[in-house]
Design a protein around this ligand. Structure first.
Ligand SMILES: [Ca+2]
Length: 448
C-alpha cells in the first residue's frame, strides 16, 4: 500500500518510476476537456477526436485542443453513459463520414455525420443521418460503448449485445452473413455482455475484442465470434456451461473493478516486444497492462484512473485520464502521451522511411520492400550516379550500393549478420549533372 501511494504521488513528476524502464508519460492535453470525456479515437490523418458526455466531440490537432467542437448533439440527459463512441468510415479521407454511437432518447442510436466541405474541423450542420436506432440497448443502467470498424469493413457496436452492420450499403445495412433470426439475417452479432464499455479492433489479424465490466467479481476481455454468447447474467468470467464463450482473459475484482480502454499496438515506437500487444486499463485501480502476443499479462503502468487508450500514428500510446472512479460529474479529463525515450526520435510508425531533407524538390524516397529490406529511389530528376552506404547502430558499415547512370533504384536486404538492432543509418552521396556532390545522411527503421 505504501508503495502504491508513493507511486501515485510521483506520477505527475517522475512518471517513469511507474512505467517500464525507458518509458515516460507526459501530459499532452491538460485543459479544456471538462465535460466528461468518455472516449477518444485517432483519425487516419492524426487528429484525435474526443467524445464528451455533454454531446460534444472535440478535436486535438498536433497537441492543441481546438476551441470549437467538431459536432454537438443533444443526448439523453439523465444517463451518465450517453455519448458512447466514434468511428471513422474506412473511406473517411474520401467521403468525410464519421459515425457516432450515442443515446438519443431511450434507445441508443448509430448516426452518420459528414465533415464540412469548407472546414475539416467541423461537421456539416444538419448532416446527421440515423443509420440504426433499434436493438442496440439504451434502456438499462449500463450502456456499453465498444464501437468501431473491423478489418472486414463492417461496423460493430456493443451495448446490451453487439450489432454488426454495413453502413456503406445503407439502407440495406444488415450483412447477409450475419446470424439468422426467424429465417433472416439480423443485426445482432454477439450477446451476453453486462457493460461492454470499451474494446479494440486488431487491424492486422482482424481480431475484435470487447472489454466487459463485471458485476460481482470478474473483469473480462472477450474475443468476439459470430453468434457467441459471453455469459452474462448467468456467468461472469470463465464458466463450464458450454452455451457460453469464455473470456479471452479475465481478472478478479481484487485487482481491478472497471476494465476500460483497449488498443492493439503496431506502432514502431515501443520496440519489437510490444508489437501486437493488447493494452488495456482499469478505471478504478488506475493501472495499464498489456497482453503479450503469447498470452502473458504484464504490468505497464500504475497510479492514475484511465477511461480510454489509443495508439497514435506516431507510435505513442495515449491515455485519457480522469479523476477516480466514480468520477465527479461532470469530470475533467487530461490526455497523456506515453513514449519510449530510448527509441530514436521521429521514427515512422508503420513503414520504413527516413527524413528527406536536403535534396531539394526531388528527393530520395525510402520504402520497405522485399521482406526485411528497403528500397531507395532517387528522384527522376536528381542524380544519375550515386552511392549509398548503410551502417548499423554500432557504426559498422553493412552495405554499399551504387547507382549507375540511368538507374535510380537501389534495394538493400538486411543480411543475417546485421543483427545490431533494427535501426540503420545511411549516407547517400549523389553526383548531380552539374555542381558539387551532395551528401545526405539519415536513418530508417526496419519493421520486424
Ligand atoms: Ca462473460
Amino acid at each position: 500500500m505504501i508503495l502504491r501511494i508513493a507511486c501515485m504521488i510521483l506520477f505527475t513528476t517522475v512518471s517513469s518510476w511507474c512505467l517500464p524502464a525507458g518509458f515516460e508519460e507526459t501530459v499532452w492535453v491538460a485543459n479544456g476537456l471538462d465535460q466528461s470525456p468518455m472516449s477518444m479515437t485517432f483519425a487516419p490523418d492524426g487528429r484525435l477526436f474526443v467524445v464528451q458526455a455533454d454531446g460534444t466531440v472535440r478535436i486535438v490537432k498536433e497537441g492543441k485542443l481546438l476551441p470549437a467542437p467538431f459536432l454537438q448533439v443533444q443526448p439523453y440527459a439523465s444517463h451518465r453513459e450517453r455519448m458512447l463512441g466514434l468511428a471513422f468510415d474506412p473511406k473517411f479521407a474520401e467521403n468525410g463520414f464519421v459515425y457516432l454511437l450515442y443515446q438519443k432518447n431511450a434507445p441508443n442510436r448509430i448516426s452518420r455525420f459528414t465533415v464540412s466541405k469548407t472546414n475539416e474541423n467541423v461537421c456539416d450542420p444538419g448532416s446527421e443521418k440515423v443509420i440504426l436506432e433499434s436493438g442496440i440497448g439504451g434502456g438499462g443502467g449500463h450502456n456499453g460503448g465498444a464501437f468501431g470498424f473491423g478489418k472486414d469493413g463492417m461496423l460493430y457496436a456493443a451495448a446490451e449485445h453487439m450489432v454488426r452492420i454495413n453502413p456503406a450499403a445503407y439502407p440495406d445495412i444488415i450483412p447477409k452473413d450475419n446470424p439468422q433470426v426467424d429465417g433472416a439475417p439480423s443485426a445482432a452479432w454477439a450477446s451476453g455482455f453486462r457493460e461492454p464499455f470499451s474494446g479494440a479492433m486488431d487491424t492486422v489479424t482482424g481480431a475484435i475484442v470487447v472489454n466487459d465490466v463485471g458485476e460481482g467479481g470478474k473483469e473480462e476481455a472477450n474475443l468476439i465470434h459470430k453468434g457467441a454468447n459471453y455469459g452474462y447474467p448467468t456467468c461472469e468470467g470463465s464458466c463450464a456451461n458450454p452455451k457460453f464463450t469464455n473470456p479471452w482473459f479475465e481478472y478478479p475484482h481484487s485487482e481491478g473493478r472497471c476494465i476500460a480502454g483497449g488498443a492493439f499496438y503496431y506502432g514502431g515506437q515501443f520496440g519489437a516486444e510490444y508489437r501486437g500487444n493488447y493494452f488495456f486499463g482499469d478505471e478504478a485501480e488506475g493501472w495499464i497492462r498489456r497482453r503479450t502476443s503469447d498470452g502473458r499479462i504484464q504490468d505497464f503502468s500504475t497510479g492514475k484512473s484511465v477511461i480510454d487508450l489509443d495508439v497514435g500514428p506516431d507510435g505513442n500510446l495515449y491515455a485519457l485520464r480522469i479523476p477516480g472512479e466514480p468520477p465527479p460529474n461532470p469530470w475533467k479529463g487530461t490526455i497523456t502521451r506515453i513514449r519510449n525515450t530510448t527509441a530514436p526520435a521521429s521514427l515512422p510508425s508503420q513503414h520504413a522511411s527516413g527524413d528527406q531533407e536536403g535534396l531539394g524538390p526531388d528527393p530520395v524516397s525510402l520504402r520497405s520492400c522485399c521482406g526485411e529490406g528497403i528500397r531507395f529511389r532517387l528522384g527522376k530528376n536528381t542524380p544519375l550516379t550515386g552511392s549509398i552506404r548503410i551502417y548499423d547502430r554500432l557504426g559498422h558499415q553493412v552495405w554499399i550500393g551504387e547507382s549507375g547512370r540511368g538507374g535510380n533504384t537501389l534495394e538493400w536486404r538486411r543480411p543475417a549478420q546485421a543483427s545490431a538492432g533494427r535501426v540503420f543509418f545511411y549516407v547517400l552521396r549523389v553526383l548531380p549533372m552539374q555542381g558539387a556532390a551532395i551528401e545526405k545522411r539519415g536513418r530508417f527503421l526496419l519493421q520486424p
